[in-house]
Ligand binder design. Structure first.
Ligand SMILES: [Zn+2]
Length: 469
């Protein structure tokens, strides 16, 4: 069963250094940190400049003010939703979310009352009589017509709104039940349905990611030491040729750095599906050069397109691609080079609910010749990032451009929000894929919505939640 309660014991905040911390005490200033409760699986990551810009654009368009102030560190935490939703953590508390509405192809800001620590709404707010405040704040009552003093004229039914008291202090957030134009003439009835949230503490203060690395220095050293001894131990127990499975993503980069420190230079095994981003190919080269580790490439592109002709595109619940374009070519290379091998892989349990129960050393039943081990199994995304920042590692620039996970560019398990983003940032790549989809749509006599509304991603019933190959 999925846990729905806030996840504890993975993220803290230092109110003196204004940075997230991976431990109960800040390594930089030695003060006790404050726990941040995030929604499971709780794999919060740094908000990069493109992420901050996106959050601020959506909040500005709706509320007339950006949410994340300049110089403040922010984290994003992906939470379960119909398509894409990220919790936004600023100043050590959850201040709201950003939700993608695939049917409307747009992002919606969903603030929490704590957003008011960083944002004074200029649009989409209502002002209520102070007498109505206690029941709204403590009992979760709706804003009713009799208690309404002012309603900002641009409010439409269904809008997210802030509720202010007579002194213009935010007392609640919620969703408008009516348009502003109808609300002004109403004598009774609900104007805003308010929302109750877990309360967060938020403090203002600027910091850099280098400050965050310093604040977590002790935790990073401890985790690194544990991972190094795990790698040495697994290698000693399994005397097989060793490699690192490198995908161009952050997790495999952290794994590679750890393996090099523990065992020295080993080859990088790159599963090239032929569907990687150009930035990924460049990153594989750059990383190989920087760490002086040779690349062994397993190419699955031809097999993918051959299979496409008879099967059509892979879907969330029909993912033939992973075995065809990745596992089989990798198996072939392993047999060719080593017969059998030990691969260190950047798999982490916080990536998904399914990964929570996965093992740290395992054999894939479809790839028996590879013994896999995950040195960073217990690491969170934030930990991986702080480690990469500390090591000044050459990570894939796609992360800075607003992608939080990197694999095949057209992965059917990606959210629609992500696919739309890629369509904009990599139009040529996307156009090529679209042509293939349109060809299949025509051949099979499928409706236009199949490509237009990204329905190709779902063949039947969606059952797969783990979007990692
Ligand atoms: Zn501190």
């Amino acid at each position: 069963m999925r846990p729905s309660f806030p996840r504890r014991d993975i993220l803290w905040w230092c109110d003196s250094c204004h940075a997230p911390v991976l431990a109960r005490v800040c390594s930089h200033c030695s003060t006790r940190t404050r726990e941040v409760q995030v929604t499971p699986p709780g794999d919060a990551r740094p908000a990069f400049p493109a992420d901050v810009a996106q959050v601020n654009r959506v909040y500005s368009e709706h509320f007339g003010e950006p949410l994340i102030p300049p110089g403040h560190l922010a984290l994003l935490n992906k939470v379960p939703d119909q398509d894409r939703m990220d919790e936004i953590i600023v100043g050590g508390g959850v201040v709201g979310s950003l939700k993608y509405l695939p049917a409307e192809s747009r992002w919606e800001p969903i603030p929490r009352p704590e957003a008011s620590v960083f944002l004074k709404p200029r649009r989409k707010y209502v002002v209520v009589d102070n007498g109505a405040v206690p029941s709204i704040q403590h009992e979760g009552a709706s804003v009713l017509a009799p208690g309404l003093l002012e309603i900002e004229p641009s409010i439409s039914r269904g809008d997210e709104v802030f509720v202010l008291d007579e002194e213009r202090v935010v007392v609640a957030v919620g969703r408008a039940k009516v348009d502003a134009s109808s609300a002004v003439s109403m004598e009774r009835g609900a104007i805003v349905r308010t929302r109750r949230n877990v309360h967060s503490i938020c403090t203002r203060g600027e910091a850099t990611w280098d400050d965050a690395v310093r604040a977590s220095a002790g935790a990073l050293e401890d985790r690194e030491a544990e991972a190094l001894s795990f790698i040495r131990d697994v290698a000693a127990r399994n005397p097989l040729p060793v490699n690192v499975s490198y995908s161009g993503g952050k997790d495999s980069l952290a794994t590679l750095i750890l393996v090099k420190k523990a065992l020295g230079v080993v080859p990088l095994l790159f599963a090239d599906t032929g569907l990687e981003f150009p930035e990924t190919y460049q990153n594989v080269e750059e990383v190989s050069r920087t760490f002086e580790m040779p690349v062994i490439r397993a190419y699955g592109g031809e097999a993918f397109w051959k299979a496409f002709v008879t099967r059509g595109p892979p879907a969330v619940d029909f993912r033939w691609c992973c075995r065809t374009a990745k596992l089989q070519p990798v198996e072939k290379v392993i047999r060719e080079y080593w017969g059998e091998c030990l691969s260190f892989i950047g798999q982490r349990k916080y990536e998904s609910f399914r990964r929570m129960v996965s093992k740290r050393v395992w054999r894939n039943p479809h790839l028996r010749s590879q013994l896999s081990a995950a040195p960073i199994h217990h690491w969170t995304a934030l930990q991986v990032w702080l480690y990469l920042f500390r090591e000044q590692a050459p990570y894939n620039p796609l992360y800075k451009a607003g992608l939080d996970r990197i694999g095949c560019f057209m992965c059917p398990s990606s959210d629609v929000a992500v696919l739309r983003h890629i369509e904009k940032t990599h139009p040529d790549l996307w156009q090529g894929w679209n042509c293939r989809l349109e060809g299949w749509q025509k051949e099979e006599g499928l409706p236009d919505t199949w490509v237009g509304e990204a329905r190709w991603r779902l063949k039947g019933v969606s059952s797969e939640e783990d979007n990692n190959c």
